[in-house]
Write a new protein. Sequence first.
Length: 413
Amino acid sequence: MSRMVFTRGAAPSTPAADKSAIYVDTADRRLKQLDDNGVISILGNSGPKEMNVVMNGGFSVQQKVAVASTAISGVSATTRAGVVADRWSVTVGNVTTPSWQQVDSSTAAIESGLESRYYGKITQATNAAKFILSQFIEHNEMSHLRGKKVRLSCKIKQFAGSAANFRLGLLQLAAAGTVDTSPAFITAIGADNVEPTWGTNLALITPDASPTPENATVSGSALQITGTANWVKSSGVFTIPTDAKNLVVVIYRSTVGGINDATGIAEVQMTQGPDIVDWVSMQFDYEYGRCLRYYAKSFPYATVPAASIAVATAGTGSASIIGKAGATALAVHIDCKFPVKQRLAAPTITLFTPVNAGAVPMRIDGTTPAVQTAVAQVGPCDTGVLVTATGDINGAVGDLVGVHWTVSSEFVA
């Protein structure tokens, strides 16, 4: 019987090309491999370290907008208000109307180089422009990373347009910022190949020079990626400052794009340590549950929130019955419970009228269904909100009333 016995020690020098060194690290007593690119990998299960800190990195959860190519609503040149897949926002460089599409690769043979089922596609329109796709990571999700190394990775594919440069970066909300409070995102997106001017207390963390980035180069304070017609995984290692309050993952176009340029983005991942970690899609229910803390709705999952949707399509929303007949104050009380506690104690709640236009409850049955009036939100909090209203003249005790809602605790500024 043969055995290998290692003596603990510091990491050896990077070996020659096509060589690897195996050693036991003095710092944590783990068996590790050092390859010829300077990447140190733990040999054995590192458990939660390989968990993706980025939420919805495979773009599988999309509650707010249609999956088909659709103009991005709320998009602006300074804020993270462009609504796309859950937890992600888009910022653009000038007056323009880009579109977003959630592409499901399961409808055909999987695209070469792609591991995830879904990916997002941003298509430029109206004017040539740059874009920033970003996700703000709250302190609860990143505090364990402070002072440690992480590997940030994504896949990019250029579907249309001339050759372009993209950048993968990691912003920190520095110590002077207020934890879990997003400042104004940018003041200027920058000209062709010029870095955006980030908001107050937001600063890029420069990628580590070693190990060498994967299919990317360190350019300034981010990883530069050359777009190609194929899915290519790019990644690099970043050391998180010990006093970082929050992190923001940013994927942005460095080269100004032309009209109709289209970019695919997939498999965004950030894991603890410098190891190159393969993409593994999380169970949908788990990923969906993580996203619900930031945004939830009363509509069915695949229904984009809107007023006037038939009950047969979208249900009644949160529902109750008329408690007092006729046009009586406080005839309606609807307890709207959120599926999970929201991140914010007082989240933003938006109401939608079922069946009819508006943002008020609707009496759905009884004599001549009608909207209700004098609507108020009582005690909105992280678990739900009570919606009250004055009844209509034809309302009878026991008639069904309903209201749809969305609740958002997302970082928008």
